[in-house]
Write a protein that binds this ligand. Structure first.
Ligand code: SF4
Ligand code: SF4
Length: 195
């Protein structure tokens, strides 16, 4: 408290500056916590919400069935989906079952990475990765197309369109049936059930 002449109390005059500089000196000898981004990148938390991914079944077919539930769930209106029927021939299919996502776009100018879309997805086709590098120098490149979002083909996967390789019944895909084991005997291949 100041005295009536405008001067400070003994505590304000002597002790407070020492206490203030004490904080400064203490901090000077602590290890810096500054992150040298973008030269050094630290891994995110495992459940960090980053760029989306459209997943595949183990045979390479797409999990998205074009139902648009993700687009309806999105509070920012950032997703655009157009579903279509798989082709008449079994070789023309992109997903097990009837339909697939023909057009799939996410507008990262709008997306707030809230994750409501992945909660709405009935097939776990849509999940989020830990990738956070989503800045760009133009608006058009921040609208990600299906080709930007589809998961890469892993060993054993075949680029669609193609027939269902796991089972003729699409329910088996959702039941977790795995790819048939390919047995190679004397130069010929035969399949057995690997479920
Ligand atoms: S994370 Fe949220 S804002 Fe982004 S597309 Fe999904 S629902 Fe929309
Ligand atoms: S990502 Fe999921 S919710 Fe969205 S259209 Fe495809 S299957 Fe439906």
């Amino acid at each position: 408290m100041s005295d009536t002449n405008g001067g400070g109390s003994l505590k304000e005059t002597l002790w407070d500056p020492i206490a203030g500089f004490g904080v400064t000196f203490r901090t000077m000898f602590r290890k810096p916590v500054t992150e040298q981004y973008p030269f050094e990148k630290r891994p995110t938390a495992p459940r960090f919400h980053g760029r989306h991914q459209l997943n595949r079944w183990p045979d390479g077919l797409e999990k998205c069935v074009g139902c648009e539930l993700c687009a309806w769930a999105c509070p920012a209106d950032a997703i655009y989906v157009e579903g279509a029927s798989n082709g008449p021939s079994d070789e023309d299919r992109f997903s097990p079952g009837e339909r697939y996502g023909r057009v799939y776009q996410i507008n990262y100018l709008r997306c707030i990475l809230c994750g409501l879309c992945i909660e709405a997805c009935p097939t776990r086709a849509l999940t989020m990765t830990n990738e956070y590098e989503l800045a760009d120098d133009n608006r058009a490149d921040l609208i990600y197309e299906k080709s930007d979002l589809l998961a890469p083909l892993l060993p054993g996967m075949v680029e669609p369109p193609h027939a269902m390789l796991i089972s003729d019944d699409h329910h088996d895909y959702y039941a977790g049936k795995t790819l048939p084991v390919v047995e190679v005997t004397h130069g010929s291949a035969s399949t057995g059930d690997g479920a």
